[in-house]
Design a protein around this ligand. Sequence first.
Ligand code: 1HE
Length: 267
Amino acid sequence: MTADLAVPKLEFMRTESDGDILVVTLDRAEKRNALSAAFIEEIFDLFEWVRRSDGVRAVVIRAEGKVFCAGLDLIEHHTEARSASDFMYICRRWHAAFDAIQHCGKPVIGALNGAVVGGGLELATSFHIRIADATTYFALPEGQRGIFTGGGATVRVARLVGEARMVDMMLTGRVYSGDEAVSAGFCQYLVEGSSLDKAMEIARTAAQNPPLSNYAITSGIAHIGNMASGDAYFAEAFIAGITNTQPASKDRLAAFMNKTAAKVLNE
Ligand code: 1HE
């Protein structure tokens, strides 16, 4: 991999490019990748850049160290003695940063390891695909810390794994890992080896789709999920109208007609 893309200046992350895949590493291992206010701003800036960068076709997010992300920087939060309105504005920046990830227009694949907890789970649920390894676990320790989620979990985590499971996790500190985490929906893949290897494989596959198709898939489904079904069908028809008539779609359909395209087989 080479660091040849002109990304914004970063303090808490580093990036490398592997062809058209951008690999983002959370790089605050000494604090278990805890999310300070400045770290959140960096995430926002980076993914606004990803959205505008034609050279990036997919993103893999991994972490330095044995913990993917320990969530809110609890020490910064405690020592800054924030007012209610201070923290309300900070939460709104978390929402903006994680929306920037989810709606950057490119598939974002999380190569997870270790703890993915609190705000770390809020971060991970803004990715489109999550891959766990044998060390990965998910939790929402907010109840035990005497706080509440503020980075979008009430929407993204509840939607992903269900409101009842989220309430149980927050009340009891329950931890999910392994096959149970997959069946609950925290991650789509659980690998015995490296989650990064699997994430790269998936990113390379997804990067071959036309960019407009990937934009429709990664943003359209999420937006449509917020709509009543009549509105959703209407929006779906518009997205399909634009996506299914793009030049790249015509080429691929012609290839199918000419019997040069791959078939959809279960092998
Ligand atoms: C931190 C943080 C943090 C570690 N904020 N500094 N999140 C939590 O409740 C999780 C809190 N963290 C932990 O439970 C543990 O640190 C871990 C299980 C993730 C990792 O344990 P371990 O033994 O590998 O590391 P450690 O010794 O606990 O921590 C290493 C350093 O990271 C240490 O700093 P040091 O200067 O003493 O070396 C820790 O203080 C620091 N560190 N986690 C700040 N979270 C928008 S609202 C979102 C609400 C939430 O996210 S609530 C969930 C918060």
